[in-house]
Design a protein around this ligand. Structure first.
Ligand SMILES: [Zn+2]
Length: 57
């Protein structure tokens, strides 16, 4: 069973309800990075997203 990765944007940006969930970690990171850049204008590295923002669910 693959473990899904979840990003709850609310934990990074208090006023955003965006949630990403994917069983593909690379995809989850990619989507999260794009969302942070496009919506919040913030640049995160893949490592920052993986280690600080993605939860294993
Ligand atoms: Zn967001």
């Amino acid at each position: 069973m693959a473990q899904a990765r979840k990003l709850d944007c609310e934990s990074a940006a208090a006023d955003c309800r965006f949630i990403i969930q994917s069983e593909d970690e690379d995809e989850a990171v990619e989507l999260a990075r794009k969302h942070m850049k496009d919506v919040h204008g913030k640049e995160f590295t893949d490592e920052e997203l993986r280690e600080e923002h993605l939860q294993v669910v």
